[in-house]
Write a protein that binds this ligand. Structure first.
Ligand SMILES: *Cc1c(COP(=O)(O)O)cnc(C)c1O
Length: 371
């Protein structure tokens, strides 16, 4: 017997109806066993001891935080050679990406991104009633030509995660500049550099310079990844005074908590931790990539990545679903993304060295090779 219920009231706007809640990375096996999470791109080294000490100091929870995160903005500006007035902090960079889309797009407008990009992007478009549009990739990397071909008179915002999630592919500064140069000046280019600290330091400043020179470029960064402060929810954007003003009007009033501001400020002062995180990531990512390449005769391969994860493709006798189960049996949660059109791939976060050794052994065993 099926019970039919009347449509619940109040009923949302049609664009809200289309939203599917963001699906975070798993941390439990099918049987409920806790797993080591290699599914959410968290920092396996934890966070800076300086940040932990700042959090341990505590604070009076009765007081509101500084609404403008002044000290934190000044410290960010000092580290990156930016103007503190050109920075806004947010409850993670996610809040600020939402503000940027909300400021410029609405019903009838289009928000453009690459085929394989952050799963939050379509949600941001739907939230404001805009239509998400996806440009085909070129071999799992954003294609500037395809993005430009997808621009229409309705395009208001282009969201470019660089390096991108879930592939880890990186568009060099020259390509980002080429994309920007060919965009109409009334289209906002958002360069989401959530994994920016993991790329070659020589390439880390180019997007900031683009944002400083042009009125239609916003660059976002986060403390959630290389700084290891995902639980504190702190991110920031930089751009022209006009864009900064728009984001400031739309963000939450006291959006970054006292502990978030303190931890991020202390973490900025420990750049050695960020460097150690990048060094560890580069080495372990190369080791995993080499191990995957050695399984090439089993149809297993990884896309090139500049981020803190690898997208591993299973195109042979072993399927991604089998690998997901085998890694779960070995104690690891990784990300299977059939909902993003990647049923034959797993996104594996680069973890601690011994965990990566066990992940490699589990994949080798699954392929019938000696662990
Ligand atoms: C993890 C991630 C973020 C960070 O989100 P926060 O809200 O700052 O935690 C932003 N963009 C991309 C592409 C990401 O993968």
């Amino acid at each position: 017997m099926t019970i039919t219920r009347p449509q619940p009231k109040p009923w949302p706007k049609p664009w809200i109806e289309q939203i599917r809640a963001y699906v975070p990375g798993k941390s439990k096996s099918a049987s409920g066993q806790p797993l080591t999470k290699l599914s959410a791109n968290e920092n396996p080294l934890g966070s800076s001891p300086a940040a932990r000490a700042a959090l341990a100091e505590g604070h009076n929870p009765a007081d509101y935080p500084d609404p403008d995160a002044r000290a934190l903005r000044e410290a960010i500006a000092a580290v990156h050679g930016l103007d503190p007035a050109g920075i806004v902090c947010g409850t993670g960079s996610g809040e600020l990406l939402h503000c940027a889309v909300q400021a410029l797009a609405g019903p009838g407008d289009e928000v453009l991104a690459s085929r394989y990009s952050f799963s939050l992007y379509p949600l941001l478009a739907h939230k404001v009633g805009a239509t998400p549009v996806f440009a085909e990739d070129d071999g799992y990397a954003a294609s500037v030509d395809n993005l430009l071909a997808a621009v229409t008179p309705q395009t208001r915002v282009v969201l470019l995660d660089n390096p991108n999630n879930p592939v880890g592919s990186f568009l060099p500064p020259s390509e980002v500049a080429r994309l920007h140069a060919a965009l109409p000046s009334d289209v906002l280019l958002v360069v989401d550099e959530a994994y920016g600290e993991y790329v070659d330091p020589a390439h880390q400043h180019a997007a900031f310079e683009l944002a400083a020179r042009h009125d239609n470029v916003l660059v976002s960064r986060t403390f959630s990844k290389a700084y290891g402060l995902a639980s504190e929810r702190v991110g920031w954007v930089t751009g022209s005074p006009h864009l900064i003003d728009l984001v400031n009007r739309l963000r939450g009033a006291f959006n970054v908590s006292v502990s978030g501001q303190k931890a991020a400020l202390a973490a900025l002062g420990d750049q050695d931790f960020v460097t150690a995180s990048r060094t560890h990531n580069t080495a372990e990512r190369a080791r995993l990539a080499e191990a995957i390449a050695a399984l090439g005769n089993h149809g297993v391969s990884a896309s090139p990545s500049e981020a803190n994860f690898l997208l591993v493709h299973f195109d042979g006798e072993v399927t991604a679903a089998q690998a997901l189960d085998a890694l779960s049996d070995a104690g690891y949660a990784v990300r299977h993304l059939p909902s993003q059109g990647l049923p034959n791939a797993l996104r594996i976060t680069i973890g601690k060295s011994d965990d990566m050794t066990r992940v490699i052994a589990a994949l080798r065993t699954l392929c019938g090779e000696a662990a």
